[in-house]
Design a protein around this ligand. Sequence first.
Ligand SMILES: Cc1cc2nc3c(=O)[nH]c(=O)nc-3n(C[C@H](O)[C@H](O)[C@H](O)COP(=O)(O)OP(=O)(O)OC[C@H]3O[C@@H](n4cnc5c(N)ncnc54)[C@H](O)[C@@H]3O)c2cc1C
Length: 359
Amino acid sequence: MTTDILIIGGGIAGLSAAATLSPHASVTLLETEDALGYHASGRSAAMFLRDYGNDVVRALNYASAEHHAVTDGGMLSARGMMLVARPDQYDDFKTQHAGFDLQEISMEEALSHVPILNRETCAYAAYRADAYDLDADRLLQTFAAEARRAGAKILTKSPVTTITKSDGVWQVTAGGQIHSATTLINASGAWVDENAALAGISPLGFQPYRRSMARIPAPGGHDVRTWPFMISVNDQWYAKPDAGKWIVSPSDEDPVDPHDAWADDMVLAEGLARYEEMVTQPVTRLETSWAGLRTFAPDRALVIGRDTVDPTFFWLGGQGGYGFQTAPAASRLTADLLLGRTPELDAKTVAALDPARFD
Ligand SMILES: Cc1cc2nc3c(=O)[nH]c(=O)nc-3n(C[C@H](O)[C@H](O)[C@H](O)COP(=O)(O)OP(=O)(O)OC[C@H]3O[C@@H](n4cnc5c(N)ncnc54)[C@H](O)[C@@H]3O)c2cc1C
């Protein structure tokens, strides 16, 4: 099968790129698993936080906001965000609430948002209303549908096992078929360096980190639907409502090799204990738990651009903890660069995303 562009990876990165490119070029996307979004993209906290990530990530967040707000009736719903801190953490609290652009609020107001805060251990809170739940699954499916409508072939059960190049054409074996294309996009999440090496391209030093989550019953039987996304100072844990339940993450960030991640019991138990210290309701039962891999480049910005040695190899990696919130702008930049258009994003941001920054 011959196409203009082959994409490796059926997560939010690969699917959003397929959607922006397929109106202009023939596109085939190859995904190992039976289902799209099985790995990191099926395990996120589904938040849109404009001021989360470094400046380069924030530029992508800002440039993605309108797409999230309007596409398919809008992908965002109001959630709010609250940072909480112990009495001995005021200095870190001040720095971090400014970083997230939150406003300090009284403990009375904090309790009106989350009535289970423990007044003995929780001394400071800061809040902003404009933090949103992002309908991650619908975003993924919308990009997939757009790509298919424009003629893209999206093939699951198609693990890429060999990648060669002859006469300027990539030859890729996946799921018993050979695919040819002049451009190869590497959007393979935690496997991004492994697949580069398979193609004979030098890896860039991406590192996957495990992050775990637990879903627990609504604390104390409260109606949690209007509670905000709540995060502790120094990233000790975070929690948010999820379909009438409450999810808590230990905010773990353990470096691991690429794999089908699962939650580590000890990491989860320690994180839940840190969370329990700040609330009045103990965790009595876990309904379920899971983990996913957040994959970062060494400087924690995404990597979007042509490889500096072989420009027919395109990097779309390092989505870290921001793959959904940045996807609209990241995929538009991918299309701009591959179709020879002037990027919508400013030149400084484009350079900060370019793989050439690691040369
Ligand atoms: C617990 C957790 C919470 C998060 N919360 C948020 C959040 O609130 N907001 C946000 O924006 N982001 C969040 N993220 C981050 C977000 O989920 C990721 O940045 C995003 O899903 C990464 O998408 P991806 O397409 O790059 O990777 P993936 O979804 O992992 O997709 C890569 C795909 O490539 C495939 N692949 C790999 N190698 C091959 C091969 N050789 N052949 C074929 N296919 C291959 C894999 O099977 C995989 O499906 C969170 C992540 C985690 C783990």
